[in-house]
Design a protein around this ligand. Structure first.
Ligand code: HEM
Ligand SMILES: *[C@@H]1O[C@H](CO)[C@@H](O)[C@H](O)[C@H]1NC(C)=O
Ligand SMILES: *[C@@H]1O[C@H](CO)[C@@H](O)[C@H](O)[C@H]1NC(C)=O
Ligand SMILES: CC(=O)N[C@H]1CO[C@H](CO)[C@@H](O)[C@@H]1O
Length: 330
């Protein structure tokens, strides 16, 4: 009896070890820097040059390219599913409400064609997205980091999954922590990756609930700076769905620590940005980055957290496929 018990707990322990091993994000699930060294040695040059061709003349394009990688990774893992077009029988992630404001798909297609010309059928769209996001950030004066590659492309893209997996702008700190943890990301990754909002723009409906009738008493969000509220109200009238505002006013085309300065001054644009002040650890990071001028650790932290995000649910080895065109399964 005791022997049987010992045996079954040994079996359980081995099973547990197998499960834990497979979930361990530090094992990077088979991705590695230089995955295409022999099969497509020029890939990173081609991606960088093509991305630069679009982003250098129009730096505001860096933000949607960075955001696209985030939306890919949080829905079904970083498998290029965000790039698939809807078909007669399927509403893809692209057609979900949080994706209405995604753009830059044409740039991804251009990068993919350039890569296919050099090495047909070798490089996945999921890897292209990860590399383009890195290059886009570094082209607008942000950090550069090594991107592990070897992802393969998925064959499924569902609008309904985008709705449930992407955090909404009104998410609370505990909601954000839960959602990031569910993807294998830490609270530090949350506060670091939120710093992506140092570039880019947002449409009014993502935050106007904070300006008008916040609790149903014609009031505004008390956690938002009152001068900033006036400024935002002058840009976004109630019901405006077309106007966009800069998320880091004055430097929305430059990747810097401006985001943390804004959040620290109660000028985070979304409730999810302001929420970072509601947890001791995320608040400490915001304050630290908002006050450190030189020697800020944000750039190094951002590269580390982007690699962590890029590991979410990846397909490797013989899983999935290498798409010929990013908008369609083979
Ligand atoms: C923490 C949870 C997050 C929430 C709730 C959130 C929410 C949003 C929302 C609502 C917008 C504006 C969309 C619009 O109205 O046009 C936006 C924009 C953006 N987000 Fe996030 N986001 C989050 C995390 C991230 C992460 C992790 C990244 C990248 C690493 C990211 C990158 C961006 C960028 C670059 C833009 C600007 C896009 C543009 O200019 O077109 N966000 N985000
Ligand atoms: C995919 O759909 C988008 C609209 O969502 C369209 O602009 C694009 O041309 C389509 N891509 C291809 C390759 O047909
Ligand atoms: C504000 O919200 C309350 C409660 O939801 C609603 O009754 C009222 O009509 C709203 N006012 C405006 C101006 O939308
Ligand atoms: C790029 C893209 O496909 N955008 C779509 C996002 O979703 C809306 C509907 O919710 C579509 O109208 C857009 O075309």
């Amino acid at each position: 009896m005791a022997a049987l018990k010992l045996f079954s707990s040994v079996v359980f322990f081995i099973q547990l070890a197998i499960v834990v091993f497979h979930l361990d994000p530090t094992s990077a699930q088979g991705l590695r820097v230089g995955f295409y060294k022999n099969t497509c040695p020029a890939v990173e040059d081609i991606v960088r040059k093509t991305t630069a061709h679009y982003v250098l003349p129009v730096p505001s394009l860096a933000a949607p390219l960075l955001r696209m990688h985030f939306h890919d990774c949080f829905v079904r893992g970083c498998d290029g599913s965000v790039l698939l077009n809807s078909t007669a029988n399927n509403q893809a992630e692209k057609s979900a409400i949080p994706n209405q404001s995604l753009n830059g798909f044409g740039i991804i297609d251009a990068v993919k064609s350039a890569v296919e010309k050099a090495c047909p059928g070798v490089v996945s769209c999921a890897d292209i997205l990860a590399l383009v996001a890195r290059d886009a950030v570094s082209l607008v004066k942000g950090p550069y980091w090594e991107v592990p590659t070897g992802r393969r492309d998925g064959r499924v893209s569902l609008a309904s999954e985008a709705l449930t997996n992407l955090p909404p702008p009104f998410a609370t700190i505990s909601d954000l922590q839960t959602r990031f943890m569910a993807k294998g990301l830490s609270v530090k990754d949350l506060v670091v990756l939120s710093g992506a909002h140092t570039i880019g723009q947002s449409h009014c409906p993502s935050f106007t609930n904070r300006l008008y009738n916040f609790t149903g008493r014609a009031d505004s969000d008390p956690s938002l700076d009152s001068i900033y509220i006036q400024r935002l109200k002058s840009k976004c009238k109630a019901g405006d769905v077309v106007t966009s505002v800069e998320m880091d006013p004055g430097s929305y085309k430059t990747f810097d620590t401006g985001y943390y300065k804004n959040v620290a001054k109660r000028r985070g644009l979304f409730q999810s940005d302001a929420a970072l002040l509601n947890d001791a650890d995320t608040k400490a990071y915001v304050i630290q980055q908002s006050t450190s001028s030189s020697g800020s650790s944000f750039f190094k932290d951002f590269g580390v957290s982007m690699v962590n995000m890029g590991n979410i649910g990846v397909l490797t080895a013989s899983a999935g496929e290498i798409r010929k065109q990013c908008a369609f399964v083979n």
